[in-house]
Design a protein around this ligand. Sequence first.
Ligand SMILES: CC(C)(COP(=O)(O)OP(=O)(O)OC[C@H]1O[C@@H](n2cnc3c(N)ncnc32)[C@H](O)[C@@H]1OP(=O)(O)O)[C@@H](O)C(=O)NCCC(=O)NCCS
Length: 273
Amino acid sequence: MGTPFISLLEPSKLEGFQLGVPRESLPSTIPKTFLDAMEVREEVFVKEQNVPGENEFDADDPRSCHWVIYVSVNKTEVPEVRNEEGDIVRPRKSSTRSTPVGTIRMVPFPHEPHPKPGGDYWNGVLKGDEGNATNNSAPSARQFVHDRPTTFHDGKEPYIKLGRLAVIKDYRGYRFAGQLVRNALEWIKKNPSFFDPSIRELGLEQMGASTETEAPQWRGLLCVHAQEQVASAWAKWGFEIDEGMGKWWEEGIPHVGMFLRLEIGPKDIQISA
Ligand SMILES: CC(C)(COP(=O)(O)OP(=O)(O)OC[C@H]1O[C@@H](n2cnc3c(N)ncnc32)[C@H](O)[C@@H]1OP(=O)(O)O)[C@@H](O)C(=O)NCCC(=O)NCCS
């Protein structure tokens, strides 16, 4: 296994993507990095953790940043053949492929409200609350509304969400997940205004602001909906469990909320598009 490398895909158009459809049959406009991310997510979440395939690709994917970690894997295409004397009569033929082995995504605000403690969510919809049209709304229709305050979130401050962290089973234990998380954190620290909405495009009203200084701006807060069994790994990367968020279920898997605050310098308000 060679030295791994990481690719970043910024928000992109993913129209026509369907999980389970072979790559060659998908629109050529879908970036390869995204197809690689979904190859990993399908393997880990759908095949290994039994998350329904139709819930894996969602409305947040086009507006998110995705990171994929690759390793060079050497594969024997045709095995070596030796004669009775042990001489090679046909050499081994091999090929090297940059194989996607892990992925993570970073979702900008606004988000759905914090999950209800004890809630059972399927595809972002709370069980027993299926008729409520505000659940799992398209991100473009989401307003900057006030959420319930939790231990680390006052319910108002815009936060960025990390998620869909996955590493293929055979490649676990090599710190690939750690590299992905650190890479994503370093990138957002260098680009703290990346997700700040443009006042000119959205208008102050949709942002829930009356003046430019009230417009939502990211100030360094990151959240993760961590699978409970992985909370200790997120803690190693600096995230702290938010007791006030409680525990809930997504696709039948128990989750807890965790936050990290990154120190970022002062920012200019983004007024232009
Ligand atoms: C969780 C996952 C991404 C970790 O990938 P990985 O590349 O093996 O993780 P790393 O090697 O970077 O491990 C980082 C640290 O977390 C720990 N860790 C890794 N997986 C863990 C787990 N499931 N539970 C507890 N700790 C874990 C490691 O021991 C390591 O600690 P160390 O640095 O002190 O040795 C991988 O196991 C996975 O894809 N699991 C299934 C999907 C999943 O649960 N995703 C998380 C959604 S929140």
